[in-house]
Write a protein that binds this ligand. Structure first.
Ligand code: SF4
Length: 290
């Protein structure tokens, strides 16, 4: 192949990657291609492997991100990786999360910005083992600026404590929208969309080992589905390479006691998967939660 042909093929793969992923990929580096004739046989195979590597990278990027993985093998165990997280990377993550909170506080990208008292960006351990994602702030959260502090929040803390998780020790808690919808209505799709980049940035920085999505709004927005939580709870999904399980929102459990049993079954499944990924995660549960 000529250098120009290689370069064209490489550009095509790069553009396809950007088109499907919706962002500029950092995996594509500038490569100075050379003609095969110029390189000779040995170098030619090296140049071809450069293109092949680019192809592999593009294919990996084009994989669908949100797929059910109920039957999938557990991801590589990473207890040591978590234990070895350096203090400097933790403090850098803290700084980045604070920057996001500042941006949220200045945001008026959707109508919820007009009626909020406080923004509620999220709170918890940095970096966490588990990221819990709910719907949006209610009245108590709007007043305090913290997620899940009302009755539903107290129940969420109990649910997490039952599987040795807590916002103090090993969880970060965030919502789909960072401002309270009036009268606690469900966030509109355009509001969730306007706010989604904040949550995405939090996920990118926090790099949780697993995600627990609570309630329909989190499920719908994270998995881009209209199927209800009653249908999809207790199943594992792959969210950008992170195992995600959805269960009932604690507010729903407060309204309907009969949901507590299936919610507990979901939490047991979540704990089992977490033990496969982070076998010693319970040792991080130091304060006993609540
Ligand atoms: S809900 Fe999100 S997008 Fe809307 S104003 Fe608040 S921070 Fe901005």
């Amino acid at each position: 192949m000529t250098a120009q042909e290689k370069s064209l093929l490489y550009d095509f793969l790069n553009k396809a990657d950007c088109l499907f992923s919706g962002k500029v990929s950092s995996d594509f580096q500038h490569i100075d291609f050379k003609d095969d004739a110029e390189l000779g046989t040995a170098s030619s195979s090296s140049a071809s492997s450069q293109v092949a590597a680019a192809q592999v990278s593009a294919q990996a990027q084009l994989q669908p991100q949100n797929q059910e993985i109920a039957a999938a093998q557990p991801q590589a165990a990473a207890p040591a990786a978590f234990a070895q997280t350096s203090a400097s990377s933790a403090s850098s993550a803290e700084a980045e999360i604070k920057k996001i909170a500042l941006s949220v506080a200045q945001c008026n990208a959707c109508v919820l910005g007009k009626t909020r008292t406080n923004t509620v960006p999220g709170i918890g351990k940095i970096p966490p083992i588990v990221l819990v994602i709910g719907e949006g702030p209610g009245a108590d959260e709007d007043r305090t600026g913290e997620p899940f502090v009302g009755k539903a929040g107290q129940l969420l803390d109990k649910m997490l404590a039952a599987i040795q998780l807590s916002r103090q020790d090993n969880c970060f808690i965030a919502n789909i929208v960072k401002c309270r919808p009036p009268a606690n209505r469900t966030p509109l799709p355009e509001e969730a969309q306007a706010c989604s980049h904040f949550l995405q940035a939090q996920i990118d920085i926090l790099k949780p080992k697993m995600i627990l999505a609570v309630g329909n709004t989190a499920l719908h927005n994270l998995l881009n589905t209209t199927a209800g939580i009653k249908k999809l709870h207790g199943k594992f999904f792959n969210y950008q390479g992170i195992p995600l399980l959805a269960t009932f929102h604690p507010s729903a459990l407060l309204r309907d006691e009969s949901l507590k049993r299936p919610a507990w079954e979901d939490l047991k499944l979540f704990r089992s998967k977490l033990l496969e990924i982070v076998p010693d995660y319970q040792s991080s549960y130091l304060n006993g939660g609540i």
